[in-house]
Design a binder for this molecule. Structure first.
Ligand code: SF4
Length: 495
């Protein structure tokens, strides 16, 4: 059996880092972890090939090589998914589809022969057996939330790691909270299910054995859903393994704001080599946090909590949403003010979207306020429902926020605010490789000579070398990332 695994193309979004990656000579940030994990569930004597359309072209010969084409995708990839399905149909190849896009709503994908939906660990054996016998049914659906103890290691051998700036792994699924707009809980439930410490060590060892060094993204939507297990078992195991290998990886992850209340947890995470944490802050407007049931953020001084996390050696990446029913036009300046004061350099501001499967979607449907389905990209300055403040006011205000926060003046000022609070706990050797030097020269030429914001770039470099020389590479990476944010912001403003 020959299986082609296809990861469809995602559009240029805030998270694609397209304009920053070119300076690092990388093609994408993260590999398709879900497909690589499914590949590992297939029989070892089946031939497998992976085409990630974000790093390479999907050729007709690839499709014709395969007996079946497996496709996995998120909502934001739906356009490319339709093209892939249509090409496979034209070439008479059957498509097997799974992942969040199809699990939430498969109605638009008639060309798919077999859907394997939900968390597939428990249903794959039946599907594989039926497929082998030529008796596969159109739909295999798991409504169970399986324990992750049987989840295999991703099949890293299918990947050319050099195309990516980071690898990824998953420790847990599920989040104990219940935010109205979030589709994570619709997919994975409220009870955090976790891998064992030994599984985590095996995951790290597999990446190490595949010769990966550098950034690893722990993709969990909320790493700290089960704090006790994390503190007692998992982080100590990661610390011990990392130390024994002289800290080959540094980690990025996602966590809820209640992290700021747990000193012990923050210290352990920093010791494990986690240096960057995405936190869903959503809004400085308390009534909007109440509206969406953002429990970890309610009734707290959000700026003080962000600074506490920064003090413990983490860079906070902030997720913000504009367009709650309780937002008035004052929210635009309030968000800008909050972001500037927080020193959150990488602030991902999105417009509220109603994703299928969420409580928000159901509420808006009942209120007759849904306009159309969403593209899944919440940085397009449009939304898919009737906003209480008026959709035009919302779109214009959103564009104003994006324009402001990624202007050179605001962006570089936030870096200085952040450095006042940031106490990094770097581990391992800081070996500077040849490709870093090449990227450095290329970046200095482009950011310091050719493109917008030159004055601010040079001021930051001089300021860093004078006051925080140990943060030189951090400043360079902020400046490189701004190239992406700024260009992406220009696209939003033109839309
Ligand atoms: S805390 Fe984050 S992952 Fe959890 S329900 Fe809220 S938005 Fe979703």
């Amino acid at each position: 059996m020959r299986i082609l695994m296809v990861y469809p193309q995602y559009p240029d979004t805030f998270w694609s880092f397209k304009y920053a990656l070119s300076l690092f000579s990388k093609k994408a940030v993260y590999p398709p972890l879900g497909l690589l994990t499914v590949a590992a569930m297939l029989p070892s004597d089946w031939e497998k090939k992976l085409i990630d359309m974000n790093v390479t072209r999907l050729n007709n010969d690839d499709i014709l090589w395969a007996d079946y084409v497996f496709v996995s995708a998120m909502h934001v990839q739906s356009q490319s998914v339709k093209e892939v399905i249509s090409r496979c149909g034209n070439l008479d190849r059957k498509v097997v589809a799974g992942g969040p896009l199809f699990t939430i709503d498969r109605s638009e994908y008639n060309g798919v022969s077999y859907f394997v939906l939900g968390e597939v660990e428990n249903i794959m054996p039946a599907f594989i057996s039926d497929l082998t016998k030529g008796e596969a049914k159109p739909i295999y659906q798991s409504n169970e939330k399986p324990e992750l103890i049987n989840t295999p290691l991703p099949l890293w051998s299918l990947l050319n790691m050099k195309d990516y700036s980071s690898m990824n792994l998953q420790y847990s699924r599920g989040c104990p909270f219940d935010c109205e707009f979030c589709d994570i809980v619709a997919l994975f439930g409220h009870k955090p299910r976790t891998k064992s410490s030994q599984q985590m060590v095996n995951e790290l060892q597999a990446l190490y054995d595949a010769h990966w060094r550098g950034q690893v993204f722990i993709v969990d939507d909320n790493l700290i859903g089960n704090k006790i297990k994390l503190k007692r078992e998992v982080l100590p195991a990661i610390i011990e393994w990392s130390k024994s290998k002289n800290y080959p990886f540094y980690f990025v992850t996602e966590a809820s704001m209640d992290l700021a209340d747990d000193e012990e947890l923050m210290n352990l995470m920093a010791d494990a080599g986690i240096y960057q944490i995405f936190v869903g802050i959503e809004s400085p407007n308390e009534s909007s946090l109440v509206e969406c049931n953002k429990i970890p953020n309610k009734h707290r001084d959000l700026i003080a909590s962000v600074k506490k996390i920064q003090n413990h050696g983490f860079e906070v990446i902030g997720g913000f949403i504009i367009g709650f029913d309780n937002d008035t036009p004052a929210i635009f300046e309030n968000q800008i003010d909050f972001i500037q004061k927080s020193g959150i350099v990488c602030a991902m501001v999105g417009i509220m979207m109603a994703l299928p499967g969420t409580k928000l979607y159901e509420r808006l449907k009942a209120e007759n306020r849904l306009l159309h389905e969403t593209s899944g990209n919440n940085t397009e300055s449009t939304t898919n429902f009737i906003s209480k403040m008026g959709n035009e006011v919302l779109a214009n205000g959103y564009k104003h926020v994006i324009d402001k926060i990624y202007s050179a003046d605001c962006y570089y000022r936030r870096i200085k605010t952040f450095y006042k609070e940031f106490h990094p706990k770097t581990k391992g050797s800081s070996k500077v490789e040849l490709n870093y030097i090449i990227s450095l020269i290329k970046s200095i030429w482009i950011l310091g000579v050719v493109e917008n914001g030159k004055k601010y770039f040079w001021t930051l470099l001089v300021f860093t070398l004078y006051k925080y020389p140990q943060l030189f590479w951090k400043s360079m990476s902020f400046a490189i990332n701004r190239r992406h944010y700024y260009r992406h912001a220009r696209k939003i403003l033109k839309a």
